[in-house]
Design a protein. Structure first.
Length: 500
């Protein structure tokens, strides 16, 4: 026991006298010394400091040994002072991490005009301006430039744990036919490589955010049926007749039909335009359109549309899932006995009919993301169960290694490593999948305001849904608009008047 100049008894307590603390970002570690608790314990040795450093979990590879030795000498000098400030505290940085180096986001630049979706105006009416629907390019014309991005470099904190840089945007282009890729150095940024893409023939260019192709058009002067056989084509197809029942059409470009679509076996990679209508006989197969759909009418059909769905006259006894806006454009257009799900909103003249058939509209819901969410949740549950079944084997391996005191023959060591590596890979997959599932859980709903506009009449039997809000039409309603936003308790039904 020792005493200070003011006669307060001091008691040696290494844990209270020496403490090591890492910064919040993990890039520095500081030893904190309180000399009043170190008096009476003899010299402050490097071993004492290392004990505190190891206890705090600081990785010795990150330790600045010179700084640590200087800190020890300084603390020892303070402890030896006969007259101490009992409240004195000294701090010394003794370890440093390596910060992560952030990368550069990639980007894609297209050199041709890209089609625009139909936009709903403030009053709920549709803006039908749709420029550059067909984009023709010449042989040798540059189509796009891609910078794939530069990944960041991993850092390490003072405990030896990795510090990961932010994930970069790393776009890619899936190339279809008739596109040539060339790599060159960015003239403005030496050392940075760019990819340029060129058309290899005259034709129509088709693209999404991550794909690019050039293809000549396919023209069919008759119906698509027994005479033509099934159609599978990469580019645009123009049919002067009808796609008859039983025909199968896969079009990776845009599909333009002068007659009707009577077959449900139709898949379109871009836009579908039907000058007549879509006439199914039952709710069988699904017509899938990855772009915009235009038709005069739709009846007895199930359709999935990634873009806008624009119908002139009526939709009857059908189910339509739409990731854009659903627009019935005619003054007397109607939606009857159908189920509609539209991510961006709905506008139409008449909802339901005097027969009061159930007619359902749901807005603001992303049906594809919901499917991915369900699939991801099920897959995550499966992976987690698989991990649980592997855990007993992992435990047995650990026990075997302990019993062998590290002296494991090479064959067993290789087998153990294979099991551990597989387990770690599965663990990483589970963590990535958890993040994706959480992201999909939120992206099922449109964060932007969405509208339902009835320009004429809504009949009893109509139902409008948005998240947990359900509006049932129990009596005939004249023209109205409802705007739904995230977080609201209930959307108001407001009278609708077209702008002059």
């Amino acid at each position: 026991m020792a005493e200070s100049a003011n006669s307060e008894p001091l008691e040696f307590n290494l844990e209270r006298g020496l403490r090591v603390q890492a910064s919040e970002d993990g890039l520095t570690a500081t030893i904190i010394a309180k000399p009043k608790y170190l008096t009476g314990g003899g010299d402050i040795s490097l071993a004492m400091l290392m004990e505190a450093i190891d206890k705090a979990g600081i990785n010795r590879d990150r330790l600045d040994l010179t700084a640590t030795e200087k800190a020890g000498a300084s603390i020892d000098a303070e402890v030896r002072k006969p007259n101490k400030d009992l409240n004195a505290q000294f701090e010394y940085v003794i370890a440093n991490g390596i910060p992560a180096k952030e990368g550069k986001n990639g980007w894609i630049k297209f050199y041709f005009p890209r089609a625009q979706r139909v936009v709903l105006k403030e009053d709920g009416s549709a803006d039908f301006r749709n420029i550059n629907k067909y984009v023709h390019v010449k042989e040798g014309e540059i189509l796009a430039t891609l910078f794939e991005g530069v990944a960041g470099e991993q850092g390490v904190d003072v405990t030896g744990k990795p510090i990961y840089p932010k994930a970069i945007d790393k776009p890619s282009l899936v190339l279809g036919k008739n596109v040539l890729s060339k790599t060159k150095e960015d003239p403005e940024n030496p050392g940075i490589l760019l990819k340029e893409y060129f058309a290899t023939l005259n034709g129509a260019v088709f693209s999404t955010d991550n794909s690019l192709a050039v293809s000549p058009e396919l023209s069919i002067d008759t119906d698509v049926g027994l005479g033509t056989g099934n159609i599978n084509f990469d580019g645009t197809i123009r049919v002067k007749g009808t796609i008859v029942e039983g025909a199968n059409v896969v079009c990776n470009g845009s599909l333009y039909i002068d007659g009707n679509v009577e077959s449900p076996d139709v898949t379109v990679g871009e836009d579908l335009e039907v000058k007549a209508g879509i006439k199914g006989k039952a709710r069988g197969n699904v017509i899938r359109v990855r772009g915009e759909l235009r038709a005069k009418f739709i009846e007895n059909s199930v359709i999935e549309v990634d873009g806008d769905c624009i119908v002139e006259n009526f939709i009857l006894n059908s189910k339509i899932l739409c990731l854009g806006s659903l627009i019935l454009s005619g003054d007397s257009s109607s939606l009857v006995g159908s189920e509609i799900m539209a991510y961006k909103g709905v506008t139409l003249a008449t909802l339901g009919s005097s027969a009061q058939l159930d007619t359902i509209i749901e807005v603001g819901f992303h049906y594809k993301n919901d499917r991915f969410f369900v699939e991801g949740t099920n897959r995550l549950s499966q992976y987690e169960k698989e991990l649980e079944t592997v855990l007993p084997e992992i435990q047995k391996i650990k026990e075997a290694v302990q019993r062998a005191r590290g002296k494991v023959d090479e064959s067993k060591k290789a087998k153990f490593k294979e099991v551990f590596d597989a387990y770690q890979t599965k663990m990483k997959t589970v963590e990535l999948l958890k993040g994706k599932v959480e992201e999909l859980k939120l992206s099922r709903y449109n964060p932007e305001p969405v509208k339902v506009v009835v320009r004429n009449t809504a009949h009893p039997g109509g139902i409008i849904r948005y998240r947990r809000q359900i509006e049932k039409i129990t009596k005939q309603q004249s023209a109205f608009m409802m705007q739904f936003t995230s977080g609201q308790d209930k959307a108001m039904m407001m009278a609708w008047k077209p702008k002059s």
